[in-house]
Design a protein around this ligand. Structure first.
Ligand code: IMP
Length: 430
């Protein structure tokens, strides 16, 4: 029974939500293994759009159990809001549909406050975080000061932890120009949220092991993207978790042998939100056109995304650090109608040519992208449902990506809706 990992192969926002939703039909379990509500996974089913930040994207499929693993950081108030939003749409998630690891870290109000204060202090050097407290929560985990979901279920213990921690963090917040936080204002809403979530909090590692032994198929749902990985991304302009496929095991509590297939999601072009190097970025009218054509505005923060051509050295890097066995290419429809489509095939730096993003090379961000023009495709491809029906230019583009990366393109997405998908190879059938 193959288990499949889905990761972002670029800087996030590649369309993971849609692809996970598509593949989740074949999996009994869908596991989020890192990140938090910095993610915004957009699903369009029957014309209705749902943006999920914490709940695994697969849960819209009946019979799929969503798991929020120990590697995730959870804002319980945001999670509750998301559950309420889904309930309004008729999807009432209980423990049969969603389980939460007792070991997942809780995002506390001081983590959010610190995230925002630090960004304000960085000024021009700001990372452009989502302001959701992600970085400071992972810091608290690493320094063993974090509060876990399991602790939230024990009111007296939780009260004491909050009081003690506030004694440490309040002077820090005030020192940065912020306001001291009140214990009671935090404890009430967090404990109320804990009661609502109590039945879902469990040892998800044990549950995964049990279901796996019974033959269940697992889909691991990555958030953010390879180049935002804290170790393997464009540091320091990254998020604070490991987004690469290897972390699917650690962030879920299963062994590395549980993973069979690794699918990297890439747009047919590139986007980035927040600061940091982006060699193929298009500034001016062309970038604006791509942003409008692709509706490139953040699903979490609404920020306009930076847009540029497909960056093959970056994609080859993602192939390497994730061990990709397949690529799911999204938003191919957006490039339809562009008179000229370009791709970056290599970088040039100080007379040297790089086929793979040379992150170890000091000053790599000053590399010049070498662009190749490819044949465009005039008509909209949004209605196409079979690879052979795509215009010749679009087909050639997909096949070139396979040649350039050495990895098969197993799925092509030509629109936001669930139905606007061309499946070329089923990773669960491997
Ligand atoms: P943080 O994860 O909020 O700390 O933000 C760190 C960097 O990662 C910023 O550049 C964010 O814009 C980026 N980022 C975080 N989550 C996402 C995501 O889900 N999609 C795209 N970019 C993200």
């Amino acid at each position: 029974m193959p288990n499949v990992v889905i990761v972002g192969a670029q800087w996030g926002d590649e369309g993971k939500g849609k692809v996970v939703d598509r593949y989740a039909r074949q999996a009994e379990l869908v596991v989020r293994f890192q990140g938090g509500n910095n993610a915004g996974h957009t699903l369009v089913v029957g014309g209705e759009t749902t943006v999920l930040h914490l709940v695994p994207s697969g849960v819209l499929n009946e019979g799929t159990l969503g798991i929020i693993g120990p590697g995730v950081v959870i804002d319980p108030l945001v999670l509750l809001e998301e559950l309420e939003l889904l309930a309004e749409r008729g999807l009432h998630l209980g423990p049969e549909q969603l389980r939460i690891s007792h070991a997942a870290q809780v995002i506390m109000p001081w983590n959010k406050a610190l995230d925002l204060l630090r960004e304000a202090h960085r000024g021009k050097a700001a990372i452009g975080t989502t302001g959701r407290g992600i970085g400071p929560t992972y810091e608290d985990r690493a320094s063993r000061q974090g509060i876990r979901m399991g602790e939230l279920l024990h009111p007296e213990h939780f009260r004491a932890r909050v009081a003690r921690r506030l004694g440490e963090v309040n002077p820090h917040l005030v020192g940065l120009g912020g306001e001291a936080l009140e214990a009671e204002a935090i404890i009430g809403p967090y404990l109320a949220a804990a009661e609502r979530l109590r039945a879902m909090v469990t040892d998800t590692g044990a549950l995964l092991d049990e279901r796996k032994r019974a033959g269940a198929r697992i889909l691991f749902e990555g958030a953010q993207g390879t180049l935002l990985d804290v170790d393997h991304g464009t540091y320091p302009f990254v998020t604070s978790s490991n987004c690469v496929a290897g972390h699917a095991a650690a962030g879920s509590g299963v062994g590395p042998k549980a993973i069979d297939e690794v699918i990297g999601i890439s747009k047919a072009y590139t986007t980035r939100v927040g600061a940091g190097p982006f060699p193929t970025e298009l500034e001016g009218a062309l970038g604006d056109r791509l942003r409008e054509a692709g509706s490139e505005y953040g699903a979490t923060t609404g920020r306009p995304r930076r847009c540029g051509w497909l960056d093959l050295p970056a994609l080859r890097y993602a192939v390497r650090v994730n061990g990709l066995t397949g690529i799911a290419l999204t938003k191919l429809d957006v490039l339809g109608g562009f008179e000229e489509v370009k791709v970056c095939t290599a970088y040039e730096l100080e007379g040297e040519r790089f086929e793979v993003l040379p992150l170890a090379r000091w000053g790599w961000e000053k590399a010049t992208p070498i662009l190749q023009t490819v044949e465009g495709w005039p008509a909209s491809v949004a209605q196409v449902r079979s690879f052979d029906d795509l215009p010749a230019g679009a087909r050639a583009y997909v096949e070139s990506i396979e040649e350039w990366t050495g990895v098969p393109v197993v799925l092509v997405s030509v629109g936001a809706d669930r139905a606007a998908t061309i499946v070329r190879k089923d990773p669960f059938a491997s």
